[in-house]
Design a protein around this ligand. Structure first.
Ligand code: E4P
Length: 218
């Protein structure tokens, strides 16, 4: 499983990536708008904060506009992964960018149909939004399992990246059904990577015994 951090907060990114936990970072326009710096300053800061891919979303609902933003972002730094919402105009942007070998994360995915289209057009990652699917009455686990099955059976290279994960138990369920990427908010990341009390106790006990042994043998 590759763990991505869903955040535009430089401090959180540095914290989790310095520990070596973060494969990549995903952002969205809402989280970028909440930061004190605008995108011109913020995006270079985010890129400096860690080493991997940084997903930045285009805005609007016109294919040309999405392509223009995507090309500018990719020109700024090829580590930028372009997030494109899977509306019809977004599909056309995905098709265009894939032909230019510009990597795309198809986002705001609710249905297998959208995943199949985006993956067939050449998107590299597909992000189903677990929480928002549930809000729409979609059984997110069944739908994502179906997306994974369709991608596998079609031999498509796109990989699923589960997003809007509000509960850590879902991470293992995603792993079980073959989803290879998850993007987690700093709060969920923190919860998932925190130590189990029993393991802390075991580790303390090993350390205590080893120190006692060293004292005896000195
Ligand atoms: C994905 O990349 C989005 O940023 C994310 O799914 C937003 O989800 P949330 O609103 O549950 O945090």
């Amino acid at each position: 499983m590759q763990f991505w951090l869903d955040s535009a907060d430089v401090r959180s990114i540095k914290r989790f990536s310095t520990a070596g936990f973060v494969h990549g970072v995903t952002t969205n326009p809402i989280m970028i708008s909440k930061q004190s710096h605008g995108p011109e300053i913020l995006i270079p800061e985010l890129l400096k904060a860690f080493d991997g891919p940084l997903a930045v979303q285009v805005v609007g609902d016109m294919t040309d506009g999405m392509i223009h933003q995507a090309e500018k972002l990719y020109e700024l730094n090829p580590r930028i992964l372009i997030k494109i919402p899977v509306i019809t105009e977004g599909y056309a942007a995905i098709a265009y960018l894939a032909k230019k070998n510009i990597p795309v994360l198809a986002t705001a995915v609710f249905k297998t149909q959208q995943a199949l289209i985006a993956a067939s057009l050449g998107a590299q990652y597909i992000a189903p939004y677990i929480h928002y699917m549930e809000e729409q009455g979609i059984n997110s686990l069944r739908e994502i399992e179906n997306m994974q099955l369709v991608l596998d059976n079609q031999g498509l290279e796109a990989e699923l990246m589960a997003a809007s994960v509000r509960n850590i138990t879902l991470i293992e369920t995603m792993a079980e059904i073959g989803v290879s990427h998850v993007t987690l908010s700093p709060e969920i990341f923190e919860q998932y990577f925190s130590s189990f009390a029993e393991t802390v106790y075991a580790n303390d006990s090993f350390t205590k015994h080893w120190l006692e042994y060293l004292e005896i043998s000195a």
